[in-house]
Design a protein around this ligand. Sequence first.
Ligand SMILES: Cc1ncc(COP(=O)(O)OP(=O)(O)O)c(N)n1
Ligand SMILES: Cc1ncsc1CCOP(=O)(O)O
Ligand SMILES: [Mg+2]
Length: 534
Amino acid sequence: MRIETALLGNKLQKKPIIWTISGADCSGGAGIAADIKTGHNLNVEVCHLITANTVQNSSELIAVNPTQVEILALQVQALRFDKPPAVIKIGLIANREQINWLIDMLSEIKSQLPNLLVVYDPVGRASVGGCLSSLPNSVLAPLMPLVDVITPNFIEAKQLCTLTTTSSVNDTRFMAEKILRLGCKAVIIKGGHNATEKPNDNNTHCTDVCLQSLSPTSSQLFTLQSPKINTSYSHGSGCSFASALASFLAHNYLLRDAFTLTKAFINQGLLLATEVKNDISDDMRDDKNEVDRNRYYGAFEQGFWPSKPNNFPIIINPLNQKLQSTKCFEPLDLSEGEKLGLYPVIDSLAWLALLLPLNLNIIQLRIKGNNIIEVEPMIEQAVAMARDYNCRLFINDHWQLAIKYGAYGVHIGQEDLNGADLNAIAKAGLRLGISTHGCYEFLLAKQLQPSYLAVGAIFPTKTKNMTGQIQGLENLTQILALADTTPVVAIGGINQQRLDKVWNTGVSAVAVVTAITEAQQPVTATKTMQARLC
Ligand SMILES: Cc1ncc(COP(=O)(O)OP(=O)(O)O)c(N)n1
Ligand SMILES: Cc1ncsc1CCOP(=O)(O)O
Ligand SMILES: [Mg+2]
């Protein structure tokens, strides 16, 4: 199940450190054991601080033996400069002393490591039954402002909200908002324990909801859904969820992408889980265990870096509902196996006139001015010029004008997706290209069945501010594995030196601005690059 090394690329060379501060499960499936296995498989180094040495097996929790905070403090001292963490994952907090120690420790270390993220999985009940921790919200409250992401399951979320009534999925957002008000920066409510989940009546789906605070007055919601995987082998999946999230965050993924990859990792593990039979010989068997003869003895199965499309979730978003047409956007009319090749993105009719005779498959007109008096005649003329050369001309941003003048296609950015009338674009028969920056946006945009999807910025670029959105070749490769038949365009910081590496990932097109517009000999540069993309 190990994913090809090529997919991870630099992620194999870079091994970020995470700390897990949680309990040891002597039966091996949950707690520290899960965290170490998950982290190992996701290429992070895991330092573990054990808050309690629990006694449990696959049928009961027998004891929780908390560690003295003095020992935990010494471990932090030992690791602090030796192995500084990118992310700290907190699981079982066994008593009040530990929570007070955590609050002091995290306040101090966060002031020294401003980029440090804290993921808290509020472990309450053991999955085998029994109470691991019963700290009231009032005791937990001072910890919350130090937490970047809290990952309760549905039952824990209700406890955090001190809600008692059963809630439908529509109330999950309300619960998430309530939890955010406790002071953490984001909350992910896992839907696995939500037996009342509505829109898919037969409880056939599992919906996880992430609410991220953007400012004191605004937040962003990410909702992921997958078919429910009914398995008894999920012991430790909650711990693995939080440690996978911590691992992906440590690899510098944005929360929405870390969340998506985590959900895929968990789906993959739940599907991988197989029964491990209790292999006790007959003479060792206690009579009272007779019924347990062939009973489950396994736990959540740890897979590797997720890449299979069927493990990835569906993105639930109003955009999907907005698009009434079941008809997808017109395809790019490429013949089987044909690729687009070089995709120049230019901003004037002069550039268009220079490039059209070069027999390119696709060109984009990207005019950043909003003055309709200037832009409209340019678009009208550009469409006519491209038609003469039979070149696929995409118009960036100005989708109404693209429809009005019958352009081949329109390219829309994430900011414009909500405002654009996608139904009108589809109805007019225009092709649609959409910008995406990471697997969450890619999966969401793919559900709209566009003509192509762009992924960027692959490398740092001076053409546009893409801070925090640099994908690298690893993310591009990861995303390509999710593309099915949708053509993928790579964009951002691609020059002649980087061209082959990008092309070898398998993209359909490589979009460039300055590699042409700032070349000493733009026509020669275009022809050279185009020739290499055949
Ligand atoms: C092929 C391609 N990919 C991405 C972009 C970026 O589009 P967008 O996100 O709308 O940003 P602006 O180009 O409008 O600044 C693109 N233009 N082309
Ligand atoms: C428009 C755009 N969208 C993502 S990166 C980018 C700029 C690409 O320009 P360059 O090829 O000069 O890096
Ligand atoms: Mg745009």
